[in-house]
Design a protein around this ligand. Structure first.
Ligand code: CIZ
Ligand code: SF4
Length: 319
């Protein structure tokens, strides 16, 4: 489309003029992921987005994703300007874990180490001992459990239960959920397996336990992407946001990728998974933010300093 092309050209010129780089999540629309690729930015999960943004020399980071990802970038790179296509893009996990209530919960269990998922506000991270993403959650909790530590896990109860099951750690769960992954249904996936018996089932651990139990591979977006490349199967049933298909198809053009159903009522995918907040990111809003400097992320300095500690712990752990 000509209009789209003009918009893309405008964004490319603005990125150069503002010494900015585009950091896009796997769940954003194809056009945004393409643009990140074409302009020397990155398409990544939240862990790699944060790392990339912190290490890149650009003065401005444009973070296409949801708000906690922009905040994480700002926490790690306070000297950089962090823009987002829209600050309205949030996350049900972030919403479901208000900082004041969470602080009370932690205060009531002072003997527990506080581990929070990256999908939280800066203020919640500031109350934590550790921040983890799904790519690193098992390793960190195993490490803590091996040292005899008892844990508070927040906010995603499904990921928390998965981590608890896999590590045997003593985990107290907050009761949050991702509205996208929580909708995947084991029955719908099994119906699809009947059509594609050789398919591998790839599941993000924010999905319910019954879905995790029928997975061939459970992992973060980056781990599922890797599995889609390394496994020999021709067909993959994928239980995560369909935005990931852009990279999966690009990496393995000969393979078939099928969206895991969320309706549970049969093999036809009626309401396929796509995060409504990720979907708010558009080329147009991205252009506006870059052009006008709107939708800039600000994090209170005292919160930032406290949130940096558990985040840095995660980044150092992985090295
Ligand atoms: O579901 C999300 O928001 C994910 C997978 C975030 C991330 O860690 O990349
Ligand atoms: Fe949050 Fe789920 Fe959307 Fe990810 S997919 S940003 S966890 S609501």
């Amino acid at each position: 489309v000509v209009d789209n092309q003009a918009l893309r050209d405008e964004i490319k010129a603005l990125l150069k003029a503002k010494n900015a780089v585009l950091v896009a999540h796997y769940y954003t629309e194809d056009a945004i992921q393409e643009l990140a690729e074409e302009t020397g930015g990155v398409i990544a999960d939240s862990l790699e987005m944060a790392r990339f943004g912190a290490e890149h020399p650009a003065e401005t980071l444009v973070v296409a994703g949801v708000k906690f990802m922009g905040e994480t970038s700002k926490i790690l790179s306070p000297e950089k300007t962090v823009l987002m296509p829209t600050l309205e893009a949030t996350c049900s996990l972030d919403i479901g874990c208000p900082a004041d209530e969470f602080a009370k919960f932690c205060d009531a269990h002072p003997d527990r180490t506080v581990v929070v998922y990256a999908n939280t506000s800066a203020a919640v991270k500031a109350r934590a001992d550790w921040v983890v993403t799904s790519a690193i959650a098992l390793d960190v909790v195993q490490h803590l459990s091996d040292q005899g530590e008892k844990i508070i896990w927040a906010p995603d109860q499904h990921l928390g239960r998965y981590v608890q099951t896999q590590t045997g750690a003593d985990v107290l769960l907050w009761d949050g959920a991702c509205i996208v992954h929580e909708e995947f249904k084991a029955k719908g996936i099994l119906d699809l397996k009947a059509i594609y018996p050789d398919a591998a089932v790839l599941v993000h651990p924010e999905s319910p336990q019954s879905v995790v139990e029928i997975a061939d591979v459970v992992g973060s977006t980056s781990q599922l992407l890797k599995a889609s490349q390394t496994l020999e199967n021709e067909t993959f049933i994928v239980a995560t946001d369909r935005g990931i298909f852009y990279k999966m198809k690009q990496a393995s053009p000969g393979k078939r990728f099928v969206e895991a159903p969320t309706a549970g009522s049969g093999a036809t995918c009626r309401s396929c998974a796509h995060c409504p907040w990720m979907a708010l990111n558009s080329l147009e809003l991205l252009r506006n933010a870059l052009r006008d400097g709107t939708d800039e992320i600000h994090v209170d300095e005292s919160v930032r300093v406290d949130a940096l500690k558990p985040l840095q712990r995660m980044l150092d752990f992985k090295k």
